[in-house]
Design a protein. Structure first.
Lengths: 678, 350
């Protein structure tokens, strides 16, 4: 074994485990399907333990909830009773101060659209929630960030907790909060504050850590006390990074407030989307979704200007003028501005969208169904349950026979052998494994093989510790009885991530090669990243109805963005010196891309893949709303039944999968970076 | 240099060790071994990093003391020990007789407000403050009223030649200008001990020379005690009253610029002086054959033993025979072969 690389050894071990499982499949059935008798009632234990704990802090929580009721009511009252011309003008004035004419125009047009759509009151309700939850999140997050910076001892644990909070799916937060705070808008408020605090904490900590050591030393040598150093020098120096935190905090809060509508059921814009979606009024749903998107874009772009290095000064007199105009209009037309919800200028549009949509779907029914069925029957299903069960005369036109399995394995082995002879043993063995997985199907992989395979992969990516962590964490899923659902989640997100990697990589490459393409792709990426998760479901549902395929598409739409961005960024950020050296050596454009840019971009592309995986997991739970099986569905079900044990366990299982994938890819990226000396 | 017996700065057996449990590890290593070398070796063996080892020296009041060494030699760590940005792991550091290693945090703040000033290699300017606010910051933390502190800041801003740029932000200044801000800020509180950590290393050669000259003028005016860090031997020789040379955490030689060039204690120090325009620092005495009985030629270009090599060579360019060397009083002390003069310059300039 001495001559084998780490990768080859790991691949061989995994292949051996897989082969063993296949051979013993008939004689030792528990190898393939984990016996139900071995499953620990962990879900119930978690539920019982948590319920005991929640009951303990419930009085405090309810008191807090009662306390939060007042600022929320106040915000609600202010926003809903202020006449709309004044709100629009105030926002425009703020936009002018932040970003000049362009930003002000954006605000006017955006809010004008909201007003015309008739969703003004609902929007104000949503904004009231955001207006209370964001300051809460900023204070909590900022406080945590500063404390973690002051006490290095708690920095590590805080980082770890923040990491985990980012991977736990949003819905999983909601169940315990539901038990603690009861139904109603306050849950949404608190959920969004909890969800939005980590990005703030992260950025504050990062910003403070990145303050140049000499600036910190200069503050010390000036004779400042610790508080003076912190508040007069370090925090202002970290201002830009902290503003990135504020921006992310705002976006997270908005996104969560809308998701919380699933349980909140109060008169806000998220609820409106959900309601119309359930009634299949897609035109209206799209309209309400657009309102959300407008708010997301306005909030993002306006707070985004705060993160810029050098901001232009804009004349404050203009801002005051706009504000005065708003007040004047409100006063002059006092009686007419009282009912902003009555405008419904876009209803005809929504109706025609509905009509057009049904015309479109019925006219193209064949094409759409064919597309959907082809992907389902020839791609998704085989990956899910394996060729041996997915190939049926009904869909494929012939039945799968054991002989075909043998042929498949033989083909895999032959391809693997060719690779092995050419000196790429690891690749060869992986081809063989891939053939095996395709034959068996991801959701029916024998559990010993998954444990060994994941452990081996983790060992290659991050050494012994990661391998142990991976096996232990996966075992907890196995023992808790969520294994099958976890594999289903793994299959769907795996398929989506693979699709994202291929398509996103291609688009990223094209954008890197041609600036023209990037000019088109970039705004689309910006747009997709600003849209709250929820809204992705609408257009997919419109065309493809409820089902796994729609979920698959929604996940791809959301998760493809980082892959595109990071691929392009990695490819174009090769240092000029390296490009010049390659040009001087006489490399063609393609050689440059293949030999210089691609290897240099590898760590960046891997990071993109990492983000894509995390995004896919995040979307998986949202996609459960429109029909997926697996952990996402469990979390959603738990929410409906207020089943804390199931909700938390399924959320934890999801977080475990995301965490393992994250650590592995990070491990590979780290290795590449080291190899390149970055 | 005013007449006081206590040195402005005293360092005795200063150690700075990085790693886990550095304090106890250092104590243990010192009690186990006899020499600093062995103690350092033991610490290294345990995976700790002895960045400064057993440094001892005095800096007199008003003296310009330069610490020189390559990167990683521990010079920046040492200056951070003295200014107590790092807590020295072992040893004693006295500033005007007061041991600052044991000073309370409160006392340290007081010391920094009244006595110490520091300039940083990458300037360490606060990006969110204007030039005037940056310079006035040490007064602001003391609670000086805005009007007063800006007036005082204006004085030092004029002193460093930045008048007219008070309302600029650091990002709008060139490197040389930024360091002027750094210098002004360190001077605003009338410090008596001034630390400069490679203040000119990040600047272009021309700007560097200009700032060095201005720095010497400021020093002549203020007469503060200065600890100056550099990796540039020419800068050290130009500025220093005395130089300490560091290598791998140890102070290997302390002496005047002439000592360092003429009497290097080892090859490491000699390597440094190779880069120096030796003709301007080495004297005739270093290549002379001593004694009165040597044979010499008919020409006597009038060499003195304390002449620099450059000056001596200029006088006997065309001569081939050995020439006499005399004291200023005219007494013969030895002879020098013009060829040796030239050879000394050639070889040692490498």
């Amino acid at each position: 074994m001495a001559g084998l690389s780490k990768g080859s050894v790991a691949a061989l071990i995994a292949a051996a485990a897989g082969a063993l499982c296949l051979l013993l499949e008939s004689s030792v059935p528990w190898l393939v399907k984990f016996p139900a008798a071995w499953v620990l009632p962990a879900t119930d234990w978690v539920g019982a333990g948590l319920e005991w704990f929640l009951a303990l802090i419930k009085p405090t929580a309810r008191a807090f909830s009662a306390l939060m009721f007042y600022p929320m009511e106040a915000a609600n009252f202010v926003l809903s009773s202020t006449p709309w011309p004044l709100i629009i003008c105030a926002t425009t004035a703020l936009a002018w101060t932040l970003g000049g004419v362009r930003m002000a125009l954006m605000a006017v047009v955006g809010l004008g659209f909201v007003l015309a759509s008739g969703y003004w009151p609902e929007s104000m309700n949503t904004l009231a929630l955001v207006a209370v939850s964001v300051p809460l999140a900023l204070i909590i997050g900022g406080g945590i960030g500063i404390l973690a910076n002051e006490y290095p001892r708690i920095r590590q644990p805080v980082q770890a907790v923040l990491d985990i909070m980012q991977t736990v799916p949003t819905f999983a937060y909601l169940t315990p909060l539901l038990v603690l705070f009861g139904f109603g808008p306050v849950v949404g408020l608190i959920a969004s504050a909890i969800y939005a605090a980590p990005p703030m904490a992260r950025n504050v900590l990062l910003g403070l850590e990145r303050v140049e050591p000499e600036i910190k030393e200069a503050a010390i040598m000036a004779g400042g006390t610790r508080l003076q150093q912190l508040f007069q020098c370090e925090i202002p120096s970290a201002g830009q990074q902290i503003m990135v935190g504020v921006n992310q905090c705002l976006m997270a809060a908005l996104s969560m407030v809308i998701i919380a509508a699933v349980i909140g059921g109060f008169d806000d814009i998220g609820w409106e989307v959900l309601l119309t979606m359930r009634k299949a009024q897609f035109g209206q749903s799209l309209l309400a979704g657009s309102v959300i998107v407008i708010f997301a874009i306005l909030i993002d772009r306006m707070s985004g200007t705060l993160t810029q290095d050098r901001r232009d000064k804009h004349d404050p007199r203009v801002a005051w003028g706009i504000l005065a105009l708003g007040a004047a209009v409100s006063a002059a037309f006092w009686s007419q501005v009282q009912q902003p919800g009555t405008y419904a200028l876009f209803n005809p549009v929504a109706d025609s969208v509905d009509a057009g949509l049904s015309a479109f779907t019925s006219a193209n029914a064949e094409v759409l169904t064919a597309l959907k069925n082809n992907v389902l029957f020839y791609v998704l299903l085989p990956v899910r349950i394996g060729l041996d069960q997915a190939v049926l005369p009904f869909t494929w036109g012939f039945a799968w026979t054991p002989a075909m399995s043998l042929w498949l394995f033989a083909a895999g082995a032959a391809a693997g052998a060719v690779c092995a002879i050419r000196g790429r043993l690891a690749l060869g063995v992986m081809l063989l494994i891939a053939a095996g997985i395709l034959e068996t199907g991801v959701s029916q992989l024998p559990w010993p093989f998954v444990l060994v395979g994941a452990g081996a992969l983790a060992w290659v990516a991050g050494g012994r510790n990661l391998a142990i962590l991976t096996v232990v964490l996966l075992s907890t899923i196995l023992l808790s009885g969520l294994w099958e659902r976890a594999l289903l989640s793994l299959y769907l997100s795996g398929a989506a991530v693979f699709a994202c990697a291929v398509m996103g990589g291609a688009v990223g490459l094209a954008s890197a090669v041609s600036p023209g393409i990037w000019r088109v792709v970039r705004p689309i990426c910006d747009m997709l990243q600003t849209i709250p998760l929820f809204v992705f479901l609408i257009p997919v549902l419109m065309v493809f109805q409820i089902g796994e395929f729609s979920a698959f598409l929604a996940i791809i739409a959301y998760a493809i963005v980082p892959m595109i961005r990071y691929t392009r960024h990695g490819l174009v950020s090769t240092p000029d010196e390296m490009i010049e050296a390659a040009t001087a050596s006489g490399a063609t454009k393609w050689q440059m891309l293949k030999d210089i840019r691609a290897p240099y971009a590898a760590p960046s592309i891997l990071l993109g893949l990492n983000q894509t995986i995390l995004y896919a997991f995040a979307m998986l739970v949202i996609a459960a709303l429109i029909g997926t099986t697996g952990l996402g569905q469990s979390i959603y079900l738990a929410l409906g039944q207020a089943d804390v044990g199931l909700g938390i366990s399924a959320g934890a299982a999801m977080a475990i999968l995301a965490l393992i994938a994250d650590r592995m890819v990070q491990g590979f990226a780290e290795e590449r970076r080291k190899a390149l000396g970055l | 240099m005013t007449g006081s017996d206590t040195p402005a700065i005293t360092c005795r057996n200063v150690w700075q060790v990085f790693g886990n449990n550095a304090d106890s590890a250092l104590k243990e290593a010192l009690s186990n071994t006899d020499t600093a070398e062995d103690a350092a070796a033991e610490l290294r063996g345990k995976g700790l990093i002895p960045a400064v080892q057993n440094a001892s020296f005095d800096v007199k009041e008003g003296e310009l003391f330069v610490i020189m060494g390559l990167s990683g030699s521990g010079k920046s760590t040492l200056i951070r020990c003295i200014s107590h940005l790092l807590h020295a792991t072992g040893g004693e550091i006295r500033i005007d007789g007061e041991n600052i290693v044991e000073a309370s945090p409160k006392r340290l703040i007081e010391l920094r407000r009244k006595k110490l000033g520091m300039v940083f290699q990458h300037f360490g300017l606060f990006p969110h403050m204007t030039v005037a606010d940056n310079v006035a910051y040490p007064l602001r933390v003391q609670g000086v009223k805005k009007k007063q502190r800006l007036a005082k800041a204006q004085e030092v801003i004029e002193l460093v030649g930045l008048g007219g740029r008070e309302t600029n932000y650091p990002r709008e200044l060139s490197g040389g200008q930024r360091q002027r801000v750094g210098i002004a800020r360190s001077l605003v509180a009338d410090c008596s001990v001034w630390f400069l950590d490679e203040p000119f290393s990040a600047l272009d050669p021309l700007i560097r020379r200009q700032l060095q000259d201005e720095f010497l003028e400021i020093q002549a005016k203020l007469k503060t005690t200065i600890v100056f860090i550099t990796h540039d031997i020419n800068e050290a020789l130009k500025l220093a009253d005395r130089i300490a040379i560091m290598r791998d955490g140890k102070v290997v030689q302390i002496g005047t610029p002439a000592d360092i060039v003429l009497r290097p204690v080892d090859d490491y120090v000699r390597e440094f002086s190779k880069d120096v325009a030796k003709g301007q620092h080495a004297r005739v005495a270093s290549v002379m054959q001593e004694g009165e009985h040597h044979v010499y030629g008919a020409d006597d270009p009038g060499l003195r033993q304390d002449m620099t090599l450059d000056a001596a060579l200029a006088r006997c360019m065309e001569l081939y025979e050995p020439v006499p060397v005399r004291t200023p009083e005219g007494k013969l002390v030895g002879v020098v072969n013009p060829a040796d003069l030239a050879a000394a310059l050639q070889v040692e300039q490498g």
